[in-house]
Design a binder for this molecule. Structure first.
Ligand code: UDP
Ligand code: MG
Length: 160
């Protein structure tokens, strides 16, 4: 019985999670990483990074027409961010649940935004909204060689 073979029959997704500059400044990096780590997902990539305006604009290109777009770009480029790639079955939707609603005042207690933030414009973390965007964003934020292929020793204790 090989759990990793059973696991491979299911769709394994990847999501791009980013701790925004306010999360870094407020000393929440460990707390936020810890929530995904404890859940059991597989960390594929991790770095502290200062992004350019161009990269931030490309990342949020679907929001280009929104009135808050210029402020959003200023916010994301206002200091270093922590870029992460996480992998797992259902990781995209699950990460969105762990993160909570876009407006932290509406985010449930127990979620990252519900526990750690109060304003939409300072909501501490990003998570991809679909498996397609997960792949697109990981490709956008990570260079070749920055992602790791590895097997967690805890896999048999995470999946039956
Ligand atoms: N945002 C904002 N004002 C708004 C809506 C969104 O400043 O009225 C920012 C906020 O930081 C949010 C990001 O733009 O996280 C992306 O918006 P989206 O609707 O994709 O929310 P998310 O997927 O991050 O929950
Ligand atoms: Mg979004």
């Amino acid at each position: 019985f090989l759990p990793h073979l059973v696991a491979s029959m299911e769709q394994v997704d990847q999501t791009y999670i980013m701790i925004k500059p306010d999360g870094v400044q407020r000393g929440l990096v460990g707390e936020i990483i810890s929530r995904f780590e404890k859940k059991g997902f597989l960390l594929k990539g991790l770095k502290l990074f200062e992004c350019t305006k161009e990269l931030a604009e490309e990342h949020y290109k679907d929001l280009r027409e929104k009135p808050f777009f210029p402020k959003l770009i200023d916010y994301i480029t206002s200091g270093p961010v922590v870029c992460m790639a996480w992998e797992g079955v259902g990781v995209v939707a699950s990460a969105r649940k762990l993160i909570g609603a876009t407006n932290p005042l509406q985010a449930e207690p127990g979620t990252i935004r519900g526990d750690l933030a109060i304003q939409t414009g300072r909501n501490v973390v990003h998570g991809s909204d679909s498996p397609e965007n997960g792949l697109r964003e990981i490709e956008l934020w990570f260079k070749e060689g920055e992602l790791c292929q590895w097997t967690q020793v805890q896999v048999p204790w995470l999946r039956e």
